[in-house]
Design a protein around this ligand. Structure first.
Ligand SMILES: Cc1cc2nc3c(=O)[nH]c(=O)nc-3n(C[C@H](O)[C@H](O)[C@H](O)COP(=O)(O)OP(=O)(O)OC[C@H]3O[C@@H](n4cnc5c(N)ncnc54)[C@H](O)[C@@H]3O)c2cc1C
Length: 331
């Protein structure tokens, strides 16, 4: 039986309008590329997530997870199984009052207040559901005059995707502000990971390609000044506009940073800026970005990636590794 028939014959407790079949993934990725998802389910609550995971388990169906699709190359053959579009959204903010601590000084017990120390006082605990867009969270934090998220606020995507990828920009990564991450595993069990458990690394975490789905994240942030926060956010946004080809569909930096080289510079020095295969092109604005000039296929992009890897290796002996995630099957 097909997934469609299985769902039609089931008592799955998810609104049928949220379940789509043969849905083109180019609608759900910033690259605007990708074949159809056999079954795409828009998940808006923890209960729906549990329900669909149980269904997938009972019927032995493979599950894939998509946030905003900002770091994804979905292949032209599409995605078999069930693709979950995570749209569980909410933000809860609570202020942690400065703690009045008792501290032993010699034999004296002296009271010390942590007030006035920006690292220890005016702390905010922000609980964000995983499908919340980073940009939206940025605006909410700005309106509450909460600082510490400005660098991240311009990164496209959901908070769930950012945690999986340990997304970062302008010298800050999500790992710097994450306290805990709440997940559901593929059998519906809830588990909480501390920042340490997450084993964050450059564009990596323990949850990448795992059987855990991020449900919510707790961030630790601080009281700030609205004008200063806004100024920083604008400054970072303008930097992106100036340096990144945001006028074209892409998935951000295609390749990871090198250990001993700057990837975009290497690609530029290899003479590859503007090099194209079909509508897939190495951006002339930022050589680290592969862009879609219109109707690029995933195959065009893959061929271009292979060409870039080959040329940079032949010219400089450096191996490039992919930052973008590849999902689905070739046509
Ligand atoms: C123009 C542009 C600029 C960019 N600039 C930056 C940048 O400055 N810094 C940076 O780090 N990145 C950047 N990126 C890449 C991208 O924005 C980040 O990687 C972002 O964190 C991806 O989030 P997402 O929700 O779109 O995840 P997706 O692309 O949907 O998914 C990424 C990975 O996370 C998994 N995933 C997503 N959500 C969940 C979840 N809830 N639970 C479990 N797994 C999940 C997916 O399965 C996939 O493996 C840029 C992208 C674009 C298009």
């Amino acid at each position: 039986m097909s997934i469609k028939e299985l769902i039609e014959n089931s008592n799955l407790n998810i609104d049928r309008e949220k379940i789509l079949f043969d849905e083109p993934m180019k609608k759900y990725t910033t690259f605007k590329v990708g074949g159809p998802a056999e079954c795409l389910v828009k998940i808006e609550s923890e209960e729906e997530l549990k329900e669909i995971l149980n269904f997938a388990k009972e019927n032995n169906i493979k599950v894939h997870v998509v946030g905003n699709g900002s770091n994804l190359l979905v292949l032209d053959g599409g995605i078999k199984g069930i693709t979950l579009l995570i749209r569980i959204e909410d933000v809860k903010i609570s202020e942690e009052k400065p703690i009045e601590k008792t501290k032993k000084l010699g034999d004296d017990i002296q009271k010390t207040e942590e007030k006035g120390n920006p690292e220890k006082s005016n702390k905010y605990i922000v609980e964000v559901k995983s499908g919340t867009k980073i940009a939206k969270l940025g605006q909410i934090l700005l309106s509450h005059e909460i600082t510490g998220f400005e660098e991240i606020s311009g990164i496209p995507g959901t908070i769930g995707g950012a945690v999986i990828m340990n997304a970062g920009a302008h010298g800050k990564e999500i790992k710097d502000i994450v306290k805990t991450v709440k997940c559901m595993d593929y059998s519906g069990k809830i588990e909480e990971f501390t920042n340490k458990d997450m084993k964050f690394e450059y564009r990596n975490s323990i949850l990448k390609n795992s059987k855990y789905i991020v449900i919510s994240v707790i961030l630790e942030l601080y009281k700030g000044n609205k004008e200063e926060i806004l100024e920083k956010m604008n400054q970072y946004r303008n930097y992106r506009k100036e340096h990144q080809p945001i006028e074209y569909p892409s998935a951000g930096s295609t390749f990871k940073r090198g250990n001993d080289f700057i990837t975009a510079k290497l690609i530029d020095e290899a003479g590859l800026k503007g090099y194209n295969i079909g509508d897939a092109e190495i951006s002339t604005k930022h050589a680290g970005f592969v862009i879609n000039k219109g109707n690029a296929t995933a195959e065009d992009i893959l061929k271009l990636i292979e060409h870039v890897k080959k040329v940079t290796y032949e010219k400089f002996g450096k191996e490039l590794s992919l930052e973008i995630q590849i999902m689905g099957e070739k046509r």
